[in-house]
Design a protein around this ligand. Sequence first.
Ligand code: NAD
Length: 472
Amino acid sequence: MIAVQVVVVGGGPGGYAAAFLAADLGLKTALIDPELNPGGVCVYRGCIPSKALLHVAKLVTEARHADAWGITFSEPAINLDKLRAFKNQVVARLTGGTGLLAKSRKVQYVRGLASIEDAHTLRVKLTSGGEETVQFEHAILATGSVPAVPASLRLPGGDDPRVMDSTAALDLPDIPPSLLVVGGGYIGLELGSVYAALGSAVTVVEMTPGLLPGADRDLVDILAKSISRTMKAVLLNTRVVQMKAEPAGIRVTFDGGQTGDAVFDRVLVAVGRRPNASVPGLDRTQVRLDERGFIVVDEQMRTAEPSIFAIGDVVGEPMLAHKASHEGRTAVEVIAGHKVVFEPQAIPAVVFTDPELAWAGLTEAQAQAAGRTVSVAKFPWAASGRAITLDRVDGLTKLLIDPATERILGVGLVGSGAGELIAEAVVAIEMGATASDLKLSIHPHPTLTETLMEAAEVFFGQSTHVYKPKRP
Ligand code: NAD
């Protein structure tokens, strides 16, 4: 039997961040997960392997584009075994590191699947066989999410390896001549970009009128232009109503903007994820789920059961690793008796396509929906020296500013490397920075970070590289 002060169920970026902080704060801690090392979906079959593949995809795309700069490479020869090995090595290196970090901190890592006995006892079915009992003062549930697959996207005759979820697609079984991506969200666009760069003819089908619902349209428009060049087709306002496995491929029936049917070599289904609250025995506690299946928590990550906390994808959107880590750290601090709550002003979102799309804080769509008046200052990357040197003027930096206080309320970015640039926006929003703060902070030249400073200058009608005088 193991007796600890804190047990964390689920070893993803939320769970392991929580377990490591608990140990750092001197609490006797155990972390339970079926994988060899901490890492969870994000590290084993999500954020990390997809980013390794997107890095390669970007190289292929740039090499093709280099012809315009006077450097012509021959068409890439793709060795899938080696590419898979690179991706697996990235995962192994990172998870090896988290495993070592757990050991160094004396976090007891238990490989297995947990079920709940009561509000202070877990039973773990060990991966190695047998069972272990864990008694705890506090538990943190960090069980994440799983792909959502509606009935219309299930094959009537049972599973077929040609219909993939993100996990199967990341395994790179082959480079299919044709791939249908169902869902024009984060996963669909990221993995669709990988397959398109490797040579598949990719079609994206999205049921709403635009890609990446939730993101501002002016940002998405720039990404959509690039996608229209790299992918074979984007079908908007269209749903997949039926799929059928045939020897030649998967026959897919569309309805809406596009009707009829077509056959694809492979299909990737990426229509969202649902919370994984299916921890056996949860019903023996006071933990409650909402109507969408998320565990209900307060701003201190407490469930209705005083000894049990929950964090990450299983407690609500956005389902992002960095949100989970921060919630995990909040839960641990609360357990340690600190006076803290989880109340971020900005949770950044990044779509790692090419160009990347990122936003933090208020979006223009949210401001409009709330009837909130905001000033919008935009700096197009065509006016950025750095973007021109990179031959990447397909970008836009946008600030949403409170007209009364001149505080930065939100930032939207699209462009190469936008995912790195958004971090400055998060700091600005969290610190209550005003447009003047951004304008007066000297940004290094020539860098893309200057687009944030110059967008603030645009707000005052004083941008060096954009002539847009402020109307009196
Ligand atoms: P998503 O919510 O981003 O996108 C799903 C898309 O599918 C939406 O645009 C939706 O309108 C569309 N859709 C739903 N049902 C459909 C149907 N029947 N036919 C056609 N389109 C349909 O979900 P996802 O791409 O599956 O990703 C899941 C979650 O994983 C994301 O919400 C995100 O939180 C996380 N994620 C994040 C990153 C990142 O941070 N870069 C990357 C991948 C995944």
